[in-house]
Structures are given as structure tokens and as C-alpha cells.
Design a protein around this ligand. Sequence first.
Ligand code: ATP
Ligand code: MG
Length: 258
Amino acid sequence: MSSALESAAATASDRRGASRPLLCAENVQKTYTLGKHVLPVLRGASLDVREGEFVAVMGASGSGKSTLLHILGVLDLPDAGRVLIRDRDVFRSSRRERERVRNREVGFVFQFYHLLPEATVFENVLMPCMIRHSLGSWWSNRAESRRAVEEVLEKVGLGGRRHHRSRELSGGERQRAAIARAIVGRPILLLADEPTGNLDEATGRGILRVLSDLNAQGQTIVMVTHDPNVAAQAHRCVHLRDGRVVADAEPPTARAGT
Ligand SMILES: Nc1ncnc2c1ncn2[C@@H]1O[C@H](COP(=O)(O)OP(=O)(O)OP(=O)(O)O)[C@@H](O)[C@H]1O
Ligand SMILES: [Mg+2]
């Protein structure tokens, strides 16, 4: 290993050693049943993520990566197993508490953006701020929320596009808007499901830079990807195989020029 690589690996491992556990998924199981067809997807998947880490999840198509990420983001329920976020057992909490975790502690970025096409970039990013508040508290917090939206749009390089409707944006810009929407509430955990999967290589690199910058500022990230060059940007890479997390290694080395 070159000294630069050794020092990068040492920094990642120091960071893991020094930081607190943030996410702990234990023996997560999920089976889909469609008529007579029973499809066990997750058969005891376990994953630990510490504060400040950037973890890539790889695996074949259909191996259950999105299923796992949706459960970690409290967008879906597991059949069995536990998910702890900062030591709180999310699926043994009340429904109200699960909604709080989903709306306040986790940010989710989808491969296909899931923006409202007719709403402007600004409105799309403001939406989670509105959902968080009751009508009364929204009224007293709206100036602060608008400032938070301006700030994250600058952070992802979309300051100049705030009044565009999202259908008027390029793919890379849509994904930047989706990242802004996911981080505007300062989530402790950012989950990204193939955030570059729908983009050309150069645009995907721009999105990865945004994610890497956020991570350098302390954002914990779990990102699903098919692409070893994308996974190489993370500190650590895990693989989903036969419904379990089977490998937990340093990320693959990026191809020259990526
Ligand atoms: N709601 C659902 N009902 C039934 N089966 C489902 C459902 N969601 C996913 N599956 C099945 O579960 C399996 C895992 O799906 P999942 O989307 O988690 O895979 P993935 O690893 O994310 O795949 P890809 O890399 O193609 O996105 C697939 O075979 C899929 O068809
Ligand atoms: Mg998927």
C-alpha cells in the first residue's frame, strides 16, 4: 500500500475508533410475499455505523440494498431484528417517535430524485421544513427555515437555480436539489440510494464531491451503489449477499482518472 493510501486508511480508522456508534442494525429480516411466492430478501443483515463515517453498501441487483436502506431510514418495517439510532430502538418505539426519527434524524436521497416537478427548487427544499412544524410553529419559524434553505442551496451549488421548477433542471442539478432537501433539517444520518445511478460519470463525480464535502463537515453517510469507483469514495464498503452483510472491508481502489 502506498504511504498516501496508508495514511487515508489510518485516518478513516482513527475516525471510526474515536467516534460514537450512530446506527446499529442487528439481524434485520424482511420477506416479501406475493400470492404464493415468498421471497426472503434480508435474512439477518447487521451493520454498524459510527458518527462521521461514510459507508458504501454494494451488492448485486435484487440483493436487497434498497430494502435495507428503506428500513434504516424508517421508510419500511423489518419483519424481525433491531435498528438502533443513537442507542434508541427505532422499531420498538411508538409510531409518533418513528415519525420523528424519519422526519428529523434521517435524510434520504433517492436514485430518481422524487422532487415535485412543478414546484421550484426552493419550494422542494422548503417542504420538509413545513412538514416538521404545526401551522402555528411554522409561522414563527418560517424566516429561519427560509434561511436554512438558502444556506443548503449554496452548499450544494444550486444558489443560482432556486427559482427554477425542478422539471427544468438537469439530472445532476435535480440530485443536488434532492440532497439539499435531505440535509435541510440537519439529519444525523444521510442515506443515499444510488445517488449517481442515473447520471453520467462526470455529473456523478460532482454529486460524489458534494457528498464527500458534507462528510468532511461531519455528516454521517450510508450510500448504496453498484459502482466500485463510487464506493471508493467512502471510508468503508460492505456487501449484501444472500440477505446478509457478508464483507466489511476498506473500499475498493478507484480506477485511475476517477
Ligand atoms: N414491495 C415489494 N414487494 C415485493 N417484492 C419486492 C418489493 N420490494 C422489493 N422487492 C423484491 O425484493 C428484492 C430486493 O429488492 P431491492 O429493491 O431491495 O434490491 P436492490 O439490491 O436495491 O436492487 P437494485 O440494485 O436493482 O436497485 C427484489 O427481488 C425485488 O423484486
Ligand atoms: Mg435498489
